[in-house]
Design a binder for this molecule. Structure first.
Ligand code: NDP
Length: 384
């Protein structure tokens, strides 16, 4: 039996993870579950899975959480520090599934415990980069990628020497607007942007998929996780989302990982690693699917991947700045305050300003993130 903590248990990745746990009750014991404001779901999950503790990030909701858990024997806590303390509780596996840089400090706290961290929270790695990968090495932590592309690459690299890699190809569905002409993109609405053709996900990552910033963030994530160099990482549009990514070796062999568009597959791979576990996902029926197609990305209509590549090349704080600006711009778009095409424009504008010094520690990353958010707000205000 493995002990398990889920940071961001009330979200889409949290739900998929707990669905697997529900079907494999004998294999896991839940230590801590966290949410941000969704008290009712958090309390129900904590009771269903018999968690030791439930933590709500929004401290103002703690009285509601306490009331919902009264008589259950489950401990409760609230606020940012309580999230960190939850992540420090001993657990064999911690699933890092908070959305955005808000997940960085608890994810780092889990990494510092030296056990296994299954990372979905890509923004944390994009922002903290070297600070996080150094902590992983220093604490002997096993960092398993949950993002479907990175999980695919991780599987394709198993048993091979990265020195023999010619290319790592991240596949991308292209999102809901992949065939839209440039002039129509300006008028894309939040409701259209979150309607992803293949995946069911939280709102922020769905918008990131629509702008292709998701692939940009994944490019940076891959650059940190698989150090083959930015010139060996490329992106390919694959509308069916069946091939989750590929690795081509120097002898011309390409290994790919295929599967249904269901996050329970990569999550199961991380939860059971290095073994395997059952999932309820339908077996892949390639005869039924019939055709798998691929094409090159269009960085004129979707410049986000170019920005991400430039951020990698710029190094230092650039990726953290890009991520912060994107989080602010996506929130503004979802709130109906800016046009869809302003999201990536805002990131470009913030990156064009003077970059802060390269972060050396968690505190530096958080300071860079905070400063870039203020700048993004200012630029959006002045553009109105
Ligand atoms: P959701 O929006 O569905 O869930 C986000 C989770 O984070 C919820 O538990 C939410 O709590 C919590 N949360 C939100 N804001 C804060 C905060 N400020 N402090 C603490 N907790 C917070 O997101 P997803 O599950 O879709 O995505 C989670 C992460 O996984 C993201 O980084 C995403 O990029 C990544 N990912 C997601 C995939 C997917 O298929 N969904 C695929 C690959 C990666 P509450 O519900 O209470 O608001």
């Amino acid at each position: 039996m493995r002990t398990l903590t889920i940071l961001g248990a009330t979200g889409s990745i949290g739900a998929s993870t707990l669905d697997l746990v529900r079907r494999n009750r004998a294999a896991f014991r839940v230590v801590a579950l966290t949410g941000h404001g969704n008290v009712a779901v958090l309390a129900a999950l904590a009771i269903e899975f018999g968690a030791d503790i439930a933590v709500i990030a929004d401290a103002a909701r703690l009285p509601d959480l306490r009331a919902a858990l009264a008589g259950s024997g489950i401990a409760s806590a609230g606020g940012a520090q309580a999230l960190i303390e939850a992540a420090q509780r001993p657990a064999d596996v911690t699933v890092a599934a908070i959305v955005g840089c808000a997940g960085l400090a608890p994810t780092m706290a889990a990494i510092e415990q030296g056990k296994t961290v299954a990372l979905a929270n890509k923004e944390a790695l994009v922002s903290a980069g070297g600070v996080m990968t150094r902590a992983v090495a220093q604490h002997g932590t096993t960092l398993l990628p949950v993002d479907s592309e990175h999980n695919a690459i991780f599987q394709c690299l198993a048993g091979n020497d990265p020195a023999h890699v010619r290319w790592i190809t991240l596949t991308a569905s292209g999102g809901p607007f992949r065939d839209w002409p440039a002039e129509r993109l300006r008028h894309a609405t939040p409701a259209e942007a979150v309607r992803h053709p293949n995946w069911s996900m939280g709102a922020k990552i769905s918008v990131d998929s629509a702008t292709m910033m998701n692939k940009g963030l994944e490019f940076i994530e891959a650059w940190h996780l698989f150090p083959v160099g930015a010139d060996r990482l490329r992106i390919l549009i694959h509308p069916q989302s069946i091939v989750h990514s590929m690795v081509e070796y120097r002898d011309g062999s390409t290994l790919a990982q295929l599967g249904p568009s269901d996050m329970r597959v990569p999550i199961a791979s991380a939860l059971a690693w290095p073994a395997r576990m059952d999932t309820p996902c339908e077996p892949l029926d390639l005869a039924e699917i019939g055709t798998l197609s691929f094409r090159r990305p269009d960085e004129v209509r979707f410049p986000a991947t170019r920005l991400a590549r430039e951020a990698v090349l710029a190094g230092g704080a650039a990726a953290a700045v890009l991520n912060a600006a994107n989080e602010i711009a996506v929130a503004a778009f979802l709130a109906g305050q800016i046009a869809f095409t302003r999201i990536v424009q805002c990131c470009d504008d913030v990156l064009a300003g003077a970059l802060p010094a390269p972060p050396q520690c968690l505190g530096d990353v958080i300071a860079v993130d905070r400063e870039a958010r203020v700048r993004a707000h200012e630029l959006m205000e002045s553009a109105r």
